[in-house]
Ligand binder design. Structure first.
Ligand SMILES: Cc1cc2nc3c(=O)[nH]c(=O)nc-3n(C[C@H](O)[C@H](O)[C@H](O)COP(=O)(O)OP(=O)(O)OC[C@H]3O[C@@H](n4cnc5c(N)ncnc54)[C@H](O)[C@@H]3O)c2cc1C
Ligand SMILES: NC(=O)c1ccc[n+]([C@@H]2O[C@H](COP(=O)([O-])OP(=O)(O)OC[C@H]3O[C@@H](n4cnc5c(N)ncnc54)[C@H](O)[C@@H]3O)[C@@H](O)[C@H]2O)c1
Length: 469
């Protein structure tokens, strides 16, 4: 067995592990990064990149159709082979060599294999060549990502259904697709496949996109139905069967939905099983970490990104990775002792305050910070202002532009704590909201942030006017 000592071991070379490792190397420490599959992880090969690559051509086509003049120039439908080929380019044909080059150029040591904790700061990596025993002088970082949660539906586990990996890497467009789960992944992939030509049925046991304000989710629901998606909301699933090579989904009301493929996208949980956490008296269902990612009972152990289970988004995981990486470096130099101060360079405070998120459907939903309900649940004294997006910029952007905006104000401090926009192409409006929330910009100063005319950003002015400024 080979043995190696390094300053820090990072397990998992997804976007988050890569960023943690790079930050630690930047601070002058040595890092071994361990990866059992592709360097770059879920986001690059089976999640963000391929799903957005599948959605973008449909959005571009629809944008042209939404404006008189360009609408008349659209005479065909999506070329699904070109769409899939472009998706393959964005996933580098599932070849991670360019990411491996980046890792090496950054000064990180990469070991391929499956890692497992064997004791305090000890990790064992196994691959086809045998095993390597690693010892970290300072810290071990778990950046192992998340695993799809499969609901206990009768018959489901016996069938070869699609998870998001299969849906984002498919080589053919199925004639029909049933999507189980009305979250972000389900909504995005339902629309992508409907626009590529599949007959899509989406089944959700509650509403569609239940984590977002109802008016925003309703606009997405309308968009999906316009694309031909059948929405079966507030509908339970009783069982799933093989109906002669087709999936046969029996709903709780007895209705049957049949399709060529079945996509199960019903959430994810931290990928912590098989890591040896039990030997440290830790629960593999989830870890208790502080704002620097440090595990409460074991100060040498950290968790970041999906593995930490706080926010399952690439950009937020990379943010956690920067904070954790810098905290490990600072602690190794005696510059940080105990938990980090909120909003310091070592604390991922925005995780609980101002997470920006985008649902890349058409229309889109973007949200930063808290919904009204979440803010009220947190005990804040909040007000809500909402309106339809109807400004010169939006009507120029698309004929019959339909959108909705909401801001949630902390009335005790007169600052924004939540902003949501829904409508075509609102994603680029999001960062202004994130800055206003993180910067705790007082509303009477935000009043001086003048939106350019004629852009969709003018909705900010309408919101502030309606609020009473
Ligand atoms: C369909 C879909 C679309 C998404 N779209 C978006 C989006 O548009 N924007 C966004 O921000 N987020 C999106 N997400 C979420 C995003 O993909 C995740 O938040 C992100 O990939 C998490 O990164 P990570 O590095 O924590 O985990 P991962 O990318 O999962 O990386 C973890 C890595 O650890 C490795 N690993 C695990 N265990 C071990 C072990 N024991 N030894 C060695 N290696 C190990 C794995 O092989 C993997 O490569 C999407 C998710 C899905 C499912
Ligand atoms: N644009 C993006 O940023 C993006 C896109 C896709 C995924 N993601 C991330 O990936 C994660 C996983 O996405 P997701 O859509 O699978 O999760 P999700 O948590 O967003 O949605 C899961 C959905 O499945 C439903 N569900 C759960 N159990 C069920 C059951 N037994 N039967 C029927 N429905 C059930 C839930 O009610 C929910 O609507 C998300 O947390 C999200 O952060 C992000």
């Amino acid at each position: 067995m080979t043995e190696q000592t390094t300053d820090v071991i990072v397990i998992g070379a997804g976007a988050v592990g890569e960023n943690a490792a790079a930050r630690i190397v930047r601070g002058g420490l040595s890092v071994v990064l361990v990866e059992s599959e592709l360097v770059g992880g879920e986001c690059s090969y089976w999640a963000c990149m391929p799903s957005k690559a599948l959605l973008r051509p449909g959005a571009a086509l629809n944008a042209a159709r939404a404006v008189a003049g360009s609408r008349e120039a659209v005479t065909g439908t999506l070329d699904f082979q070109q769409v899939l080929a472009r998706r393959d380019e964005f996933t580098s044909h599932w070849d991670d060599s360019s990411q491996v080059d980046w890792v090496k150029d950054t000064g990180i040591t990469l070991i391929r294999g499956m890692a497992r904790l064997t004791g305090e700061r000890h990790v064992e990596v196994t691959n086809d060549d045998g095993a390597t025993r690693l010892l970290a002088r300072h810290a071990v970082v778990l950046a192992t990502g998340s695993t799809p949660s499969v609901p206990p539906i009768d018959g489901l586990s016996e069938l070869a259904f699609w998870g998001t990996r299969e849906a984002t890497s498919a080589k053919e467009v199925p004639e029909s697709l049933t999507v189980l789960g009305g979250g972000v992944a389900g909504a995005e992939l339902a629309q992508a496949y409907a626009r590529l030509g599949s007959r899509v049925t989406l089944i959700a046991r509650s509403g569609l996109l239940g984590n977002y304000p109802g008016q925003a989710s309703a606009l997405v629901g309308k968009g999906l139905e316009r694309d031909g998606v059948t929405l079966l909301l507030n509908t339970g699933t009783q069982s799933v069967h093989d109906g002669g090579g087709r999936f046969r989904v029996v709903l709780s009301d007895g209705q049957v939905v049949q399709s060529e493929k079945l996509l199960v996208s019903t959430g994810r949980h931290p990928a912590l099983a098989g890591l040896g956490l039990e030997s440290l008296d830790l629960d593999p269902k989830g870890l208790d970490t502080d704002e620097s990612g440090q595990v409460a009972a074991h100060p040498w152990l950290y968790a970041v990104g999906d593995a930490a289970g706080k926010v399952l988004l690439t950009h937020q995981g990379k943010y956690e990775a920067r904070m954790t990486g810098d905290a490990i470096v600072a602690r190794s130099k005696g510059q940080l002792d105990g938990p980090p101060e909120r909003w310091s360079a070592f604390a991922a405070t925005a995780d609980t305050y101002a997470v920006p998120q985008v649902v890349f459907t058409d229309p889109e939903i973007v949200m930063a910070g808290r919904t009204l309900e979440a803010a009220q649940k947190d005990g804040l004294n909040v007000s809500e202002t909402s309106l339809e997006i109807a400004v010169a910029g939006s009507s120029l952007h698309a004929d019959n532009y339909e959108g909705w905006a909401q801001m949630v104000v902390d009335e005790d401090r007169k600052v924004l704590v939540g902003v949501t926009f829904a409508g075509p192409d609102v994603a680029e409006l999001l960062h202004a909201a994130t800055i206003a929330i993180v910067g705790e910009v007082p509303l009477d100063r935000l009043w001086h942030a003048v939106p350019a005319y004629p852009t969709i950003n003018e909705v900010w002015l309408r919101l502030l006017e309606k609020y009473g400024l």
